[in-house]
Design a protein around this ligand. Structure first.
Ligand code: 5AD
Ligand code: SF4
Length: 452
């Protein structure tokens, strides 16, 4: 006799919109896996949805404003289908908790980043007419056993989350409050997932965490048996033609050992995202970053020495509390000194509850933040073009991701340094193949080349 497990989804259709970082994209894939196992069907069409979930971001105020705006738009779907359930999940759910229900009556579910296993029950509660709320953070949850359902993937590169949460307590940052304490995922489950991805045809994996350098897996006696450099070695050992990347590193923890491991494996990509946030040691101290400009530059020198071809990218914040024109000038000079390949650049946004909100004053005017950010962006554009120009004439191994956006006759893919290359297609070459490409031209965002 066949015994069927009773599921609660009953074929109801689930639609999810994702905002924020790669971790959130990964979490959405975990939510879909959990819901599919309960008999829900994933849909890309919002009109079909019985349940709409929004996986949210709180990192800056404008990220939250965008989501409030989007919630207003959902009202019309709710009017069209009275049984429609709307859920807010992720960082904004964790930050605002029940307040979300008060501010926006169309919301039925509020679920924080550690409560996704509870999602089916929360939907049940909402279906029964009450509100489903779970914003409990966990010290252990890593969803290590769940196989994410890969959505919107190019079939070539995939992200694998190796840890959750953060304990760094940068003065500006809301993440420790929304994603909870740092915890590492069991390396066995990580390697199993990477192996499955490779078997499915993927050729590039990015190991993800808020601060991957502090990844550590302990045995029962509490000894660290796998640290991040070791995990990278193990990941690189899965297959020689599987590229391995990682994001994000905290400069304070970027070890010589990791640099050594990167330099000694062909399939570990030569690209490091190393958020500096500021070039001024005074600002770094106020931000509680736990390194100085000198320390940061020493790490850059160590990377360059071991891997002269390594791309270095960064995050920068303009106008944090008390930032002077001298501090700002130091950020510009750090950018020149490092010569970043690219950067994510932001105006400081004061987030409730953070150290900055509790103990500092947001004293750089909005106009001045905008002015400083514009200077930073303009300089980065120059640096990005200069970096791309240096690549003209060189040859790179490119992992093909598919056809270029503009033409079926052209392919696009990335170099180990994570730069996008567009080149003329050739018979037989397809997504997931490697090709050697000589760079002939560039724009600020793209390299153009020809097959060698
Ligand atoms: N305001 C502006 N930018 C921020 N970031 C984090 N918190 C804030 C904030 N309150 C930026 C940092 C971080 C990136 C993910 O977002 O640069 O590295
Ligand atoms: Fe990701 Fe941070 Fe935004 Fe949360 S608040 S989604 S961790 S960027």
């Amino acid at each position: 006799m066949k015994i069927e497990r009773v599921t609660t989804g009953g074929g109801r259709k689930l639609y999810i919109e994702t905002y924020g970082c790669q971790m959130n994209v990964g979490d959405t894939e975990i939510i879909v896996a959990i819901m599919q196992a309960e008999g829900y069907i994933y849909t890309r069409n919002i009109e079909d949805a019985d349940i709409i979930l929004v996986n949210t971001c709180s990192i800056r105020d404008n990220a939250e404003q965008r989501i409030w705006g989007r919630l207003k738009e959902f009202q019309r779907y709710k009017r069209a289908k009275r049984s429609l359930i709307v859920g807010i999940v992720g960082c904004m759910a964790e930050r605002l908790k029940e307040q979300l229900l008060e501010r926006e009556p169309i919301v039925d579910i509020v679920a924080g980043p550690d409560s996704y296993r509870d999602m089916p029950r929360l939907v049940e509660a909402a279906s029964a007419g009450s509100k489903g709320v779970n914003v409990q953070l966990s010290q252990e949850e890593t969803y290590g056993d769940i196989r994410p359902v890969r959505l919107d993937s190019n079939g070539v590169s995939a992200f694998v989350s190796i840890m959750r949460g953060c304990i760094n307590m940068c003065a500006y940052c809301v993440v420790p409050y929304t994603r909870g304490i740092e915890r590492s995922r069991d390396p066995q489950t990580i390697l199993r997932e990477i192996g499955e991805i490779y078997e499915a045809g993927y050729r590039e994996v990015t190991l993800l965490g808020q601060n991957v350098n502090s990844y550590r897996w302990k045995n029962e006696a509490g000894e660290v048996v796998v640290d991040f450099p070791r995990l990278m070695e193990m990941a690189a050992g899965v297959a020689p033609d599987l590229r391995v990347r990682f994001a994000t590193s905290h400069p304070k923890d970027l070890s010589d050992r990791l640099i050594e491991v990167m330099a000694s494996h062909h399939n570990i990509c030569k690209a490091i995202h190393l958020p500096a946030q500021s070039g001024s040691s005074r600002m770094l101290q106020i931000m509680n970053r736990k390194y100085t400009r000198e320390w940061y530059l020493d790490r850059i020198a160590a990377i360059r020495k071991a891997m002269p071809d390594c791309a270095i990218t960064t995050d920068l914040i303009a106008g944090f509390c008390t930032e002077t024109l001298e501090d700002h000038a130091e950020t510009l000079s750090l950018m020149r000194e490092v010569g970043y390949e690219s950067a994510f650049m932001f105006k400081f946004s004061l987030r409730p509850n953070t150290f900055a909100a509790r103990h500092m004053t947001d004293d750089v005017s909005e106009e001045e933040k905008t002015r400083r950010l514009t200077e930073i962006i303009n300089l980065q554009n120059e640096l990005s073009i200069a970096s791309n120009r240096r690549d003209v004439g060189k040859e790179f191994e490119v992992l093909i991701e598919g056809h270029s956006k503009r033409s079926e006759e052209q392919l696009c893919g990335r170099t180990s340094q994570n730069k996008m290359v567009v080149f003329d297609a050739a018979r037989g070459l397809k997504a997931g193949d490697y090709a050697t490409v000589r760079i002939t031209d560039c724009s600020s965002a793209t390299l153009f080349g020809e097959l060698v």
